[in-house]
Design a protein around this ligand. Structure first.
Ligand code: FPP
Length: 228
């Protein structure tokens, strides 16, 4: 079968908590295992030739989780920023962040800018980390920016004011963990995306799941509102 590789995949990494609960472990360990799965998935995507992967790491609604869990997630992000993005994955990786970065703890907001700057010249693959991200927040932010600068919104220019400016829209959104919803992730950008919902819990994701995603995507016929 001929495989069609999506240029950009968005992942909603759901199921970390349930993965931990099944093993009588704290939820934070599920998230830690989730970072390992992230590496496996990114490496597999790089091998297929995917150019952009966006991962939903922390939503604007996740602040409502117990403080212990929020702190554990922030600490994972602190550890992640210390990684060497030239050697962490199968190929050097550019890292971009989308979301309300100024609303994060100061040390993380500073680190985000440093990681973006230090990896900005990498060309082949971009990992987009949605952090303190919510699509409604993103749209409000874009509307306010347009009003401040006196720009009239059009179908063509709205994308330039979203956090994802310069990043092509996702071709495919994948949600693990069995739920079938978008949870405020890339609402505008996924207007014509394909969707894949997997029962596998995020920490269990591996290469063969990515292979299955590629096969399923290759069967889709994308019409963008037109007739074939
Ligand atoms: C949803 O699972 C997952 C999250 C809210 C966090 C995802 C974060 C990671 C995988 C860590 C990534 C970190 C970096 C540094 C990129 P859930 O907790 O809602 O799972 P549940 O539905 O089973 O409770």
């Amino acid at each position: 079968m001929k495989i069609t590789v999506p240029k950009h995949i968005g992942f909603i990494m759901d199921g970390n908590g349930r993965w931990a609960k099944k093993r009588l472990l704290p939820r934070s360990l599920g998230h830690r295992e989730g970072v390992k799965a992230l590496k496996r998935v990114i490496d597999a995507c790089i091998d297929y030739g995917v150019e952009y992967v966006t991962v939903y790491t922390f939503s604007t609604e996740n602040w409502n989780r117990p403080k212990k869990e929020v702190d554990a997630l922030m600490n994972l992000i602190r550890e992640f920023k210390d990684k060497d993005f030239k050697n962490e994955f199968n190929k050097p990786v550019r890292v971009r962040f989308i979301g309300n970065i100024d609303g994060l703890p100061d040390d993380i907001a500073t680190a985000v800018k440093e990681v973006e700057l230090s990896s900005k010249d990498v060309k082949d693959f971009c990992l987009v980390i949605a952090l303190n991200y919510g699509a409604k927040d993103e749209i409000v932010h874009a509307c306010n920016k347009m009003r401040e600068t006196g720009v009239v919104a059009t179908n063509e220019n709205i994308g330039d004011y979203l956090y994802t400016a310069g990043i092509p829209d996702p071709d495919l959104i994948v949600r693990t963990g069995g739920e079938k919803r978008l949870s405020n992730f890339l609402l505008l950008q996924s207007a014509y995306a394909e969707f894949e919902f997997l029962d596998v819990l995020w920490p269990d994701m591996d290469k063969k799941d990515v292979a299955q995603i590629m096969k399923d995507y290759s069967k889709r016929e994308r019409k963008y509102g037109r007739v074939k």
